[in-house]
Design a protein around this ligand. Structure first.
Ligand code: NAD
Length: 480
């Protein structure tokens, strides 16, 4: 696992250190407790699942302020943004799971072909066992809470590993989850790369990882040693197309909101804009005025604009600006307060530093295209994005982008609001991830769909048994 640690060392600023033998023993003991609890069968009942969801609901109600404070300490989140994307989102997922739990748990009857009759076939959703959830720092509460709801709803025992890059939220989760949930069935282990690397040497029944793709490869490699299935919620560059036919006022507001929410540290933030050349200058003017309306003349003084998670990421963002076109607005930063100004770039070459990897910060490059076809070609020449945004009032453009591109999700005329629709699966495709969750999709992700067929013994037609005759074959051909 040594090489794995090194693989990520350069990207996220994690400290490499050796994990102590005691930490390894602690993981083994924790997992053995979780396995024993799962084997007892109590997590399978409707009642246990309901109690866990209610426990999570109470945790949110009792500790909303502590959660918002921790999010502010870790990522400088304005409290409304933290409420929308973390506390409020998680509360709604809890409510939706509670409302639908008994329906989701019901075995699903499926049709039987004539040749298999008489009998009944059903799909039973059974829990997977002991699952591991590894969370990231950018939405450190929601991205543990969301998968946890799915895992508990599906009747699993859970080991949670929050991100050490958001230490206040990590500590809060470690303190609160065992108090509000069944402590024999849910455990939190805190730690960084070394601890996670050690945890990943153990067998799990599923691993749900959210974070960058380099570590996604580490997780998948470790999981492969035990044939553990994985859900990988990754990131990448999510493009935003602005068509010639567009409501530009609305588009500029929605793009700026989606991009600069959480200071751009959102996996589904519009990473860059491909704007039709006819709208290029007007879009830049509107983005500039929208930023002034949102955050005033001095965004650093605005309570509504977040901060960069740490100095290392701030320096990484600063290094993207030179050789990446011209600054239209922003560009300033202040390391002592981890502030990076909301920034818009123009005349950005496609091979410039800012276009190489996911930006994950408040820098919005704007590139000119001559047509929707050119935008589609640009996107298809790169890894499949987690989200794709199209601002267009033209049905033909909408159809071309829908049918001509592949992405985890597509939103027409807004940014990332699809995450708030529990009926929509949230996940990536290709390099942006595998598997999906939210709403019932979370329950499905953490369930095994067991095929169950039940046959009566009172009737036992000999049609399939040897000796095979011509008449049996004729009947089989008709009934199959
Ligand atoms: P991070 O640095 O917090 O890492 C994520 C988790 O991986 C942490 O728990 C960390 O301890 C662990 N980890 C880090 N290095 C490791 C290693 N070498 N071996 C084992 N475990 C290790 O978060 P991050 O990766 O910086 O998060 C940002 C990325 O996540 C962005 O690419 C973003 O797009 C993506 N993301 C995706 C989603 C989604 O839902 N698809 C959501 C949020 C973030």
């Amino acid at each position: 696992m040594e090489t794995h640690v090194q693989e990520n060392g350069g990207t996220n600023g994690h400290q490499e250190n050796d994990v102590s033998p005691a930490a390894g023993a602690n993981t083994a003991a924790t997992l053995s407790r979780l396995r024993e609890a799962f084997a007892s069968g109590r997590t399978r009942t409707f009642e246990w699942r309901r109690q866990q969801l209610e426990g999570l609901g109470r945790l949110l109600a009792d500790h909303e302020k502590a959660i918002l404070d921790a999010l502010h300490a870790d990522v400088g989140k304005p409290s409304l943004e933290a409420y929308i994307a973390e506390v409020g989102y998680t509360a709604r997922e809890v409510a939706s799971a509670l409302k639908n739990l008994s329906r989701w748990m019901k075995p699903e009857r499926v049709a039987m072909p004539l040749v298999s009759q008489p009998g009944v076939s059903r799909i039973h959703r059974e829990p997977l066992g002991v699952v591991l959830i590894i969370g990231p720092w950018n939405y450190p509460f929601q991205l543990v809470g969301g998968p946890l709801i799915g895992a508990l709803t599906a009747g699993n025992c859970v080991l949670v590993k929050p991100s050490e890059v958001a230490p206040a939220v990590s500590a809060l989760l470690a303190r609160l989850l065992p108090r509000y949930l069944d402590p024999e069935c849910v455990a939190v282990l805190e730690g960084g790369v070394a601890e996670t690397t050690e945890i990943l040497t153990h067998p799990f029944d599923h691993i749900f990882y959210t974070g960058n793709g380099a570590v996604g490869r580490v997780v998948m490699t470790a999981a492969a040693q035990h044939l553990t299935p994985v859900t990988l919620e990754l990131g990448g560059k999510s493009p935003c197309i602005v068509d010639r036919d567009v409501d530009l006022d609305v588009a500029a507001k929605r793009i700026a909101w989606g991009k600069f929410f959480n200071a751009g540290q959102t996996c589904v933030a519009p990473d860059y804009v491909l704007v039709h050349e006819a709208q290029h200058d007007a879009l830049l003017a509107r983005l500039t005025s929208t930023l002034r309306t949102f955050y005033g003349d001095d965004p650093q003084a605005s309570p509504d604009f977040g901060r960069i998670v740490n100095a290392r990421h701030l320096r990484r963002l600063n290094a993207l600006i030179p050789d990446s076109g011209a600054v239209v607005v922003g560009g300033q930063s202040d390391e002592s307060t981890r502030y990076f100004a909301p920034t818009v770039l123009r005349d950005v070459p496609a091979d410039s530093p800012v276009m190489a990897d996911e930006i994950f910060g408040p820098i919005l490059p704007v590139l000119k295209v001559k047509s929707i076809e050119e935008a589609v070609r640009f996107i298809n020449a790169r890894p499949k994005p987690l989200a794709l945004y199209l601002y267009s009032t033209n049905d033909d453009s909408q159809r071309r982008v829908l049918e001509g591109t592949s992405s985890g999700g597509l939103v027409i005329n807004h940014c990332w609001l699809h995450l708030g629709v529990p009926g929509l699966p949230f996940g990536g495709v290709g390099a942006s991830g595998m598997g999906a969750y939210h709403g019932k999709h979370s329950f499905e992700t953490f369930s095994h769909r067991k095929a169950v067929m039940k046959k009566p013994t009172s009737i036992d037609p000999p049609i399939m048994y040897p000796p095979y005759t011509e008449s049996k074959e004729t009947w089989i051909r008709r009934l199959l």
